[in-house]
Design a binder for this molecule. Structure first.
Ligand code: SAH
Length: 203
């Protein structure tokens, strides 16, 4: 997976590559999908949601430009896999999921894989997590039509938000940097995520 799906597609941050090599992806999947855990695809996790494709998880982590000491918010916990990869890369990870059953399952998968440090919250992640803000970085694993203002507001100065922005069926991963002049936005790879549902999402 690391060689064929990530390194060959220009994921070059060695810390991200190592983190992706360490997290056991199958722990975050329903048993019937264990055999497909390292496929180059998003995989079903129940409740109509998916675990992101490994390449997209790596791309998001790389675009966040993490160095190790950060406090990060992960919006759209889903299986908990992205949160586990982030936990390999930084000091503190908060993750938020709107579907309680998924949050509960992610909590137990994270525990099983040894990532008890990750704190799983239930709620509308488009509103961020004001009680834990500000964040050095925010990763969003669901698509929105625009930048949710509360997420931008909860970034530290020079903090980074990575989020798929576009239409319901196709988006582009955007990197938003909080700067004194306002949001500095960089558009990167095309992508296809499940919709972000909530006040600052697709409604
Ligand atoms: N990072 C996850 C990807 C999960 S898919 C993984 O690695 O498995 C995106 C998730 O975002 C879904 O579980 C969906 O329920 C959740 N989601 C959608 N809108 C949300 C919102 N407003 N707040 C929190 N979670 C949300």
């Amino acid at each position: 997976m690391v060689e064929g799906q990530l390194r060959d597609r220009e994921i070059s941050d060695t810390r991200v590559l190592a983190a992706m090599g360490r997290v056991p992806r199958e722990v975050f999947l329903p048993p019937e999908w264990h055999g497909r855990a390292y496929d180059d695809a998003a995989l079903p996790i129940g409740e109509g949601q998916t675990m992101s494709q490994p390449y997209m998880v790596a791309r998001i982590c790389e675009e966040l430009a993490l160095t190790g000491r950060e406090h990060v918010l992960d919006v759209g916990t889903g299986s908990g896999y992205q949160a586990a990869v982030l936990a390999e890369l930084v000091e503190r990870v908060e993750t938020i999921e709107r579907i309680p059953a998924l949050a509960e399952r992610a909590r137990s998968s994270l525990r099983e894989a040894g990532y008890d440090r990750v704190r799983v919250h239930v709620g509308d992640g488009t509103l961020g997590l004001p009680e834990e803000a500000p964040f050095d970085a925010i990763a969003v694993a669901a698509a929105a039509s625009g930048i949710p203002p509360q997420l931008y507001e909860q970034l530290k100065p020079r903090g980074r938000l990575v989020i798929p922005i576009g239409k319901r069926r196709v988006q582009r991963l955007q990197v938003v940097v909080r700067s004194p002049e306002g949001p500095a936005v960089l558009r990167t790879v095309p992508c296809r995520f499940v919709p972000l549902v909530g006040e600052g999402g697709f409604g």
